[in-house]
Design a binder for this molecule. Structure first.
Ligand SMILES: Cc1cc2nc3c(=O)[nH]c(=O)nc-3n(C[C@H](O)[C@H](O)[C@H](O)COP(=O)(O)OP(=O)(O)OC[C@H]3O[C@@H](n4cnc5c(N)ncnc54)[C@H](O)[C@@H]3O)c2cc1C
Length: 363
């Protein structure tokens, strides 16, 4: 059996942010990431102005991050459309790029990163890997994100589970002209789609959709996209620029709204394993980064015993962003709310900026 003081499971933004912060202060964590190569995780790729600032403090500069500048939000619902400026300059960036930069930074700071091996099961004080090796630890940072780890899985919610779907739109002058410096939100019955340009000029169209809506389309994502295109001309024009017959990435049962409020000594839950904000807010990565840094700081100051205080403090810090994003999601779930959203934005431009701020986690 191997032993380590601090073990981080998962090398997404949360795990990497914790690893950088711990390593920077000499704590030399061990991080286990199941993917051998950094993939392009299913994510809308919207990084807010605050997350960009946080990345700077972690040693990932704006220049290194690059990305496509996002300055406005454009909302579509049926035939309605509204557009307002964002309160800060965001970027659209692929997860391949972001995760690569963060993990390289963690290694440069002295973290030990082991790739290509998954934790099969975790519990406070140890993890069992897929090859049956056991790693015992004083403190476990659980950062497996969208994927639950047996032994410490999040409870499954009730009601219609939300799924994540993604299609890519290849870079083209038509796409660049259509999207410009905006993130688009297309609201529809049973879900929404976010669309923005990334660093290479390609479009990332990421949807959160209820399982029931997908079931109406016979469980076929392509049929669902065709139906959504029939309902919205704007979405149909955008989908026409992609390869709908090509691959569609999917992720099941995203527990939006879930938030942990307490923990026990030696177990720090980070990122999506601590709080899952509705993705139309575009703040999941912000929470992941903030929680990673915060958990590391609590641990550096108070050791394994600080887990409970950390989890309570994180729950408090995510309360307003989660409530605000939840309220937006609830509004978008009703026909009246969806149709009112573009009009409200157009009539009260400062409302958009205020909501965009409310859904951010404080630095
Ligand atoms: C449809 C959709 C759109 C979204 N759009 C946005 C957006 O535009 N902006 C935004 O900020 N957020 C967005 N999010 C949310 C964002 O993707 C997540 O909140 C964020 O990725 C959480 O980061 P994390 O580090 O907690 O987890 P993840 O990014 O999921 O990373 C977890 C890591 O752990 C690894 N792992 C998993 N299981 C194991 C295991 N057993 N052993 C070892 N390693 C393991 C994985 O390979 C992965 O690298 C979106 C989410 C969805 C579903």
């Amino acid at each position: 059996m191997r032993r380590t003081n601090t073990l981080i499971l998962g090398g997404g933004p949360a795990g990497a942010a914790a690893a950088i912060t711990l390593a920077r202060h000499g704590a030399a964590p061990l991080l286990i990431e199941r993917a051998r190569e950094t993939g392009d995780a299913l994510c809308g790729g919207f990084l807010s102005w605050r997350s960009i600032d946080r990345l700077e403090t972690l040693g990932v500069s704006r220049d290194a991050l690059g990305g496509h500048a996002i300055e406005r939000v454009r909302i579509f619902a049926g035939t309605k459309r509204g557009e307002v400026p964002l309160p800060g300059r965001a970027v659209g960036v692929s997860r391949r790029k972001l995760d690569t930069l963060l993990l390289a930074r963690a290694v440069a700071q002295g973290a030990c990163v082991e790739r290509g091996v998954a934790a099969r099961r975790a519990e406070r004080g140890r993890a069992i890997l897929a090859d049956s090796a056991v790693i015992a630890c004083e403190t476990l940072f659980l950062a497996t994100g969208k994927h639950d780890c047996r032994g410490l899985a999040r409870p499954h919610g009730h009601g219609d589970p939300m799924l994540g779907l993604r299609i890519r739109l290849p870079a083209s002058p038509a796409l660049t002209k259509m999207l410009g410096a905006a993130i688009e939100l297309h609201l529809f019955r049973g879900g929404y789609a976010g669309l923005l340009l990334q660093e290479d000029g390609s479009g990332n169209l990421c949807m959160a959709v209820g399982k029931a809506r997908l079931a109406e389309a016979g469980g076929d994502p392509r049929r669902l996209l065709a139906e959504l295109g029939d309902e919205s001309r704007a979405l149909s024009e955008r989908l026409a620029l992609g390869d709908i017959a090509g691959s569609i990435d999917a992720i099941g049962a995203v527990p939006y709204g879930w938030r942990v409020r307490t923990s026990e000594a030696g177990l720090f839950r980070l990122g999506d394993q601590a709080a899952v904000i509705p993705s139309l807010a575009g703040e999941g990565m912000g929470i992941a980064l903030a929680s990673g840094v915060m958990a590391a700081r609590y641990h550096l100051a108070g050791g394994r015993g600080a887990a409970k205080a950390f989890q309570a403090a994180l729950a408090q810090r995510t309360r307003i962003p989660m409530m605000s994003a939840g309220a937006l999601g609830a509004l978008a779930a009703t026909r009246r709310g969806r149709l009112a959203a573009p009009r409200l934005l157009a009539a009260f431009p400062t409302l958009g900026a205020a909501i965009a701020q409310l859904t951010r986690i404080a630095l």
